[in-house]
Design a protein around this ligand. Structure first.
Ligand SMILES: Nc1ncnc2c1ncn2[C@@H]1O[C@H](COP(=O)(O)OP(=O)(O)OP(=O)(O)O)[C@@H](O)[C@H]1O
Length: 249
């Protein structure tokens, strides 16, 4: 399991301060959701972990070691990364997509692709298909399998299920939470969906204008113990649930 520590991390793009002095410690084995309005700095903060973004100041530690001291490719092999519209290679089969990391590492395949496809709930016959012969949900499952291929202990997920219909999204979220437990992962997931954050994560971090303005367990958030910004976000699914209940009453 991998722990992550952000120490006074800041990143500006021109005049925009995307991340503003974030300090936060993420325990090994935890499932953390990163929520907040569009442009609040979630993706930028997430990408400082695998060095897709280099902070202007501050440090990010992975298992106590500064990621700035790691060679970027070596670092990224230790960290799974899944994002919206996963970007499978269209000219490679599903199996080849899943195995790409193994191939680049000159590691033997040894049944690993079949194992990974089973792990993410894809039937074996998907292996020989091309990505455009899969549904969006199936493609995201392939993306998760590919991210897990080298056995990372840390998964960074940026709106991984954002482009999917609500039913598929819910099913994939639950399936991934099962994998998180099964494989003993640490997961940091950016999501716009507060209900998804509350239902999947152990801890929810709320960002606004580059800062963490709320931090708590789902129970803390639901009880209003994680600050006004968190309370406002929780109000959305809560109000929706109440309105739906009234409709059915
Ligand atoms: N590569 C970049 N160049 C310039 N500005 C950027 C870049 N990446 C992010 N920004 C800006 O930094 C701020 C934070 O962006 P970021 O993508 O981290 O927010 P976010 O909370 O993930 O947003 P969203 O929920 O819309 O994905 C925004 O104002 C964004 O426009």
């Amino acid at each position: 399991m991998s722990g992550v520590e952000f120490q006074h991390v800041s990143k500006a793009f021109g005049a925009t301060l995307a991340v503003d002095g974030v300090s936060c410690s993420i325990a090994p084995g935890s499932f953390v959701a990163l929520v907040g309005s569009s442009g609040s700095g979630k993706s930028t903060l997430l990408k400082t972990v695998n060095r897709l973004v280099v902070p202007d100041s501050g440090r990010v530690l992975l298992d106590g070691a500064d990621v700035a001291d790691a060679e970027p490719h070596a670092l990224r092999r230790r960290i799974g990364y899944v994002f919206q519209n996963i970007g499978l290679f269209p000219h490679l089969t599903v199996a080849e997509n899943v195995a790409i990391g193994l191939r680049l590492e000159h590691r033997p395949e040894n049944g690993r692709v079949a194992e990974l496809l089973a792990l993410v709930g894809l039937p074996p016959e998907c292996a020989t298909r091309m990505p455009d012969q899969l549904s969006g949900g199936q493609q995201q499952r392939v993306g998760v399998a590919r991210a897990l291929a080298l056995g990372p202990k840390l998964m960074l997920m940026d709106e991984p299920f954002g482009a999917l219909d609500p039913v598929t999204r819910d099913a994939l979220g639950r399936a991934y939470r099962g994998l998180h437990e099964l494989l003993g992962l640490t997961t940091i997931m950016v999501t716009h969906d507060m209900a998804e954050a509350l239902l999947l994560a152990d801890r929810v971090l709320v960002m606004a204008a580059g800062r963490i303005v709320g931090d708590g367990t789902p129970a803390d958030l639901l009880a209003g113990r994680a600050g006004p910004e968190a309370a406002a976000l929780v109000d959305v699914p809560r109000t929706q649930a109440e309105r739906l209940k009234e409709l059915g009453a």
